[in-house]
Design a protein around this ligand. Structure first.
Ligand code: HEC
Length: 189
């Protein structure tokens, strides 16, 4: 009986000791090194946390060109020229981007029959005479700023990539309505 009492006292003391243990901090840390990271809450501003630092006023990131023709689609069409040459690499890249960003609404050939139509309102065809006659800069403007229901893709598609997409749209247009010289090339093919 005495032994049993002693044993249960021991267990009680041990249990009591365990419940008083704090689990959020070890009592002793062997080589703490990176144990305690200086955690920062989302959006919290600190002196040393570069992620949440606001850029110095009046500065832009390297390689970024501010868009000058905001709200001026006509002017963008007149002033902006496609800086990319129509190489195979550029066209392949344009195709991949079109099939990533535009195809869902505009469809494989830009005819407004994308996968999410008619759940989303049908966009006008990119095969129209209107878009065929739009200068590249005008289409660049639409990708950059959006147009009515179409959202802006400025934050998702790099400036140079937008020009590659436009070259690819021209390919789609010529595929549907080849020029006389395109047909001649096909004959010889
Ligand atoms: C979420 C669906 C959606 C996506 C994705 C989308 N568009 Fe559009 N797009 C529209 C709609 C809707 C319109 C018609 C807007 C309007 O009423 O003026 C439109 C209009 C356009 C027009 C003008 C057509 C015209 O006749 O005025 C062009 C050019 C165009 N889009 C190009 C693109 C390109 C290039 C991409 C990919 C970078 C793209 N769109 C992605 C929905 C989309």
């Amino acid at each position: 009986m005495k032994v049993f009492f002693k044993k249960s006292l021991l267990v009680a003391v041990m249990l009591g000791g365990l419940t008083s243990c704090r689990h959020d901090k070890p009592n002793m840390t062997y080589m703490p090194d990176m144990h305690y990271s200086p955690a920062v809450k989302a959006q919290e501003q600190t002196r040393w946390n570069s992620k949440t630092r606001v850029p110095v006023e009046g500065t832009i990131p390297r390689g970024y060109h501010p868009y000058r023709y905001s709200g001026q689609p006509e002017k963008a069409g007149q002033m902006l020229k496609n800086p990319l040459r129509r190489t195979k690499t550029v066209l392949n890249h344009g195709r991949d981007l079109f099939n990533t960003y535009c195809i869902v609404c505009h469809g494989k050939f830009g005819e407004g029959d994308g996968y999410i139509i008619p759940k989303y309102p049908r966009p006008p065809s990119l095969q129209s005479d209107k878009i065929r006659n739009y200068p590249d800069g005008r289409i660049y403007h639409i990708i950059t700023e959006g147009q009515n229901l179409m959202p802006s893709y400025a934050s998702q598609i790099l400036q140079e990539d937008r020009w590659a997409i436009i070259h690819y749209i021209r390919v789609l247009q010529r595929a549907k309505k080849p020029t006389a010289s395109d047909l001649k090339k096909l004959e010889n093919w």
